[in-house]
Design a protein around this ligand. Sequence first.
Ligand code: NAD
Ligand code: MG
Length: 389
Amino acid sequence: MTEGPRSVTILGATGSIGASTLDLIEREPERFRVRALTAARSVDKLADAARRTRAERAVILDPALYAELKDALSGSGVEAAAGEGAIVEAAAMGADWTMAAIVGTAGLKPVMAALEQGETVALANKEALVSAGALMTRTATEHGATLLPVDSEHNAVFQCFPHGSAERVRKVILTASGGPFRSLTREQMAGMTPAQAVKHPNWSMGAKISVDSATLMNKGLELIEAFHLFPVGADRLDVLVHPQSVVHSMVEYVDGSVLAQLGTPDMRTPIAHTLAWPDRMETPCPRLDLAAIGRLDFQAPDFDRFPALGLAMDAMREGGAAPAILNAANEIAVAAFLAGRIGFLDIALIVAKVRDSYIAIRPGSIEDVLAIDAEARVRACAFVESLAR
Ligand code: NAD
Ligand code: MG
């Protein structure tokens, strides 16, 4: 680690992951120096965090909120900026460590800009990697950037994985809590409301990923994420339902050894792992008490009740633009579900309809990915309209 405080930037500083990241760095102010914080629309939260951490710059997505942000920061010495381009610029300022915690493919350009600086990027924003995995990992390699997974499963695998000898791995096993509807029938799921879908049994997270956890699309996106992060190939990636979310994931070796990383379900543990890596740091997370938990359960995933998982697996195997299309359609469908416009089961239905409307295409650049993403959104919106109540 470099001498003196490490500079950090948080893209998506006002979200669930952003708040957990701020919590950790604010506990050790002498160790970290904040360069930029960004947010979509929460001016007060952003300005407050920027003042507390004495950030160099705070950036809000919506240009209409620039004056409000500037006002909220007056006298603080924090520079205010607004707009999509300003978020990318903030990422390109460069920091020793950047947290990519924007939700959705909206985070793609900023995360690419951060990778191009050649420093460390802690990645929570799985949709970016799902949509543009090959381009992102290539950019990281070309610029000598270090991509560290924040997603709890991938962080667990990262901790158990034999870097440089992937051929010794028989399986990478991602655990899944099964979400709030794990035991429901399809008929019961059909009537589930947004409020019920975002009530995750173990984790406290943003609305979009919470719905993804209820459909199991989250685990599907995570399979694609793992495909890009760990070079074992699609056939050696598995999902195992584990309702307690204590075993965060596992790596099975050719000799039969299975290594797992365990912990309480608190995102500050994997975030701290990436923040201190290759060292370790203290966190205030509750300690794991296995005697109190008593038992850990595991079961195979049910592809019939959770079709999103199969859709994502198909996209992973197909490659090319399929994951970007899957992700874009899902983002639109989840937003429509959260807005009360479509039912819970319509989410996977729309993703399947959008997929079936395509023939194979292959993106060659980030611009291609963004164009494919935009087109898939238009198609998904049309299906939303046809199903909307
Ligand atoms: P969230 O909704 O709580 O926060 C999202 C952040 O991104 C906010 O700061 C918001 O202002 C910003 N944002 C939203 N739309 C934007 C846009 N169009 N442009 C720029 N900024 C925008 O989400 P979250 O739960 O913190 O999740 C963030 C990412 O991390 C997601 O990709 C999610 O899948 C992933 N992730 C989250 C968790 C978790 O526990 N919350 C765990 C694993 C992975
Ligand atoms: Mg996860």
